[in-house]
Design a protein around this ligand. Structure first.
Ligand code: LR7
Ligand code: MN
Length: 609
């Protein structure tokens, strides 16, 4: 394998870990749902300790997340696993195990075996195999939801499309049974299981036989050669007969009311693409954990999908009725419903996207730019099994696949911002010219889709991307000559905030020294973090300046004075200053404005397109 690919193989667990972390964040903050949101501080201390990562969140809750790495599953590189084990169905349900979404406890005598089996799917297969296919789950909806979507007579019916590649029996069929058990029967047209060239023996005839006796029409569609999730989903969509297409990953569990609320939104407006709130099924214990409802989906500078907190104003508006659906700039990708005809009118999916990744942003941009909308429906909750690494092969290499897919997204939909993406993501830039995207550009033309600038301005006005109307570049201090940087160091990728510090300016622009500033507004950087001065108590003479989740609050607004070169903190009237000590670990502070070089800042433009 070429060096960049190897680097990416190492990176993929990190990407997945960040996704899991976002999920953990959602989970540990879920209680804030009903409390004051505006000043929530996600304090997340991350410490790497060998293979384990440990987090202490702002409430002092300690969360330990294992960190699994390694090559995808085949008997050859899985310790003590034979092909016979991998191909056997070890489903062995115990009636009360995992009941009501409770965690599974594995008897101590089984722990060694449990760890071995973990490698097959990169989740606790033994735990999953102990839980019945029809386990109960709590009704996690807000009270208001119970009556909100009662009338179902006029709702469209749906085909459920589940694509899978070497999924475990128990997770796949628990997905199917949760759909059957918790959806109004009249709304289920059919369930389509698209087998993306799985090799496991139990997913062949035994699966055909099993689905034949289910009370809802269920078909298994076989993809002859590994197609990847995009083409597998397209194959399902083309065979579907329901009015709406509802896509699920092959390791989900649906809760009461999940479907009615989604279909009701589409019945009102066929151009809505609707997503449930995605709850967490633990890869370790299979506990069902409700997640925080007020996050929306977007992405970072490298086009990796992220969950971000809704801004302050947005939350206030939603306080009127927190069960109301809200618009989201992007969707996670795996769990959504969409009118079938509209799906094809809008161009289905980009068939040249391989295996995994990028299709969720492609569809998000396309839907928004071409006249539709994407929303999250808080009354619909579906659990998804989050894992920390990918269990299957990426033929052609992880890097080639993921970044080719992302290059296609950028070239077709992002206009000038594609240059920004390629400039700072060399892995994708390398693959840019290999993409033939003519038919997708023609589609964009034919549908008269709007620009990416329109998308940023109207769908995601809180975005932290560069734009003509704002500064983008380095922020250099006049006294030390050093540059402002985003907190770095071990584990910082997962650390949404920390002390605002300084480091020697790099000549080659590097992302951690890049900032976007709107005059009189926030100083932002990648991952939706902003320069913040959270200390309300101004009896401290030098309030610390931090990098924290952008919130839209006034205390994150700054004014750059081009005459004095001062960075004025609007809420306090104080100025951004260097720490008193020379310890570079120390954070910047606010100080009464004094005009000394320590308070003078040079905004150095960096070309982004
Ligand atoms: O080659 C493949 N063929 C497949 O059929 C690769 C995958 N698949 C199947 C796979 O078996 C699974 O059912 O496709 C589905 C998704 O693959 P996962 O579960 O490995 O993906 P994920 O959950 O890690 O990734 C998220 O991002 C993907 C980007 O391509 C897809 O959009 C996934 O559907 C998506 N999952 C979710 O949105 C669930 C919530 C995650 C969050 C946040
Ligand atoms: Mn998944």
């Amino acid at each position: 394998m070429m060096a960049p690919c190897r680097r990416l193989l190492r990176l993929l667990p990190v990407i997945l870990t960040v996704t899991v972390l976002s999920a953990v964040l959602l989970w540990t903050t879920r209680e804030a749902d009903s409390s004051e949101d505006s000043d929530r501080e996600y304090w997340l201390a991350v410490r790497s300790a060998g293979e384990q990562r440990e987090y202490v969140d702002h409430k002092g809750i300690r969360v330990v997340v294992g960190h699994y790495m390694g090559d995808p599953a085949s008997a050859a590189n899985m310790p003590n696993l034979t092909d016979e084990v991998i191909n056997s169905n070890m489903f062995d349900p115990k009636p009360n195990e995992g009941k009501n979404g409770q965690p599974v406890m594995i008897p101590p005598s089984q722990l060694v075996k449990m760890r071995q089996l973990f490698h097959i799917n990169r989740f606790n297969l033994m735990a999953s195999d102990r839980i019945p296919l029809n386990r109960s789950l709590p009704d996690v909806r807000k009270k208001r939801c119970t009556n909100k979507y009662k009338k179902i007579d006029n709702l469209p019916d749906t085909s459920i499309i589940i694509v899978f590649h070497n999924e475990a029996w128990s997770t796949l069929l628990r997905t199917v049974h949760s759909v059957i058990n918790r959806s109004p029967r009249s709304l289920l047209n059919e369930i389509l299981l698209v087998d993306d060239a799985s090799t496991r023996a139990f997913l062949k005839k035994p699966l055909d036989d099993y689905v034949a006796q289910l009370p809802v029409r269920t078909k298994v569609i076989r993809v002859p050669k590994r197609a990847g999730l995009v083409r597998a989903r397209l194959m399902g969509a083309r065979r579907a007969e329901g009015k709406v297409l509802t896509f699920l990953d092959a390791h989900c569990e649906c809760t009461t009311g999940w479907l009615e609320s989604l279909l009701a939104r589409i019945a009102e407006d066929r151009t809505r693409v609707v997503c449930p709130v995605i709850d967490i099924i633990s890869d370790d214990t299979f506990a069902y954990v409700r997640s925080f409802e007020l996050h929306w989906g977007a992405f970072n500078w490298e086009l990796h999908f992220r969950w971000y907190t809704l801004g302050g104003g947005e939350i206030k508006r939603r306080k009127q009725d927190i069960s109301e659906p809200f618009k989201t700039p992007a969707m996670a990708g795996g769990l959504f419903a969409m009118d079938r005809e509209y799906f094809f009118e809008l161009g289905g999916y980009d068939e040249h996207m391989e295996i995994w990744g990028g299709e969720n942003l492609e569809m998000s941009f396309r839907v928004w730019q071409c006249g539709g909308s994407i929303e999250i429906v808080p009354c619909s909750h579906v659990g998804h099994l989050f894992r920390k690494s990918s269990p299957y092969t990426f033929p052609g290499g992880v890097g080639e696949i993921l970044y080719s897919n992302l290059a296609r997204v950028a070239v077709v939909w992002m206009d000038e911002w594609k240059e920004f993406f390629f400039k700072f993501t060399p892995e994708a830039a390398r693959l840019r010219d290999k993409q033939s995207v003519r038919s997708r550009l023609e589609l964009r033309e034919r549908l008269k889709c709007k620009s990416f600038e329109w998308y940023l301005d109207n769908v995601w006005p809180q975005h932290f991307f560069p734009k003509e109307d704002r500064f983008f570049g380095k922020i250099r201090n006049r006294r030390t000559g050093e540059c402002l940087h985003k907190p770095t160091g071990k584990g910082s990728l997962n650390q949404p905030m920390g002390a605002a510090g300084m480091s020697p300016c790099e000549t080659e622009p590097i992302l951690v020294q890049m900032f976007v500033m709107i005059q009189g507004g926030p100083v932002m950087t990648d991952e939706s973090v902003c320069l913040d001065a959270p200390e309300r108590d101004h009896s401290t003479t030098q309030p610390k300046v931090r990098i924290m989740a952008c919130s839209g609050l006034n205390r994150q607004n700054w004014n750059f004075n081009p005459r004095t070169l001062a960075m004025e903190h609007i809420a306090s009237g104080m100025c951004l200053d260097l720490p008193r000590s020379d310890n570079t670990e120390d954070s910047l502070v606010l100080e009464s404005c004094n005009g000394y070089p320590g308070q003078q800042w040079v905004l150095e433009d960096v070309a982004w397109k």
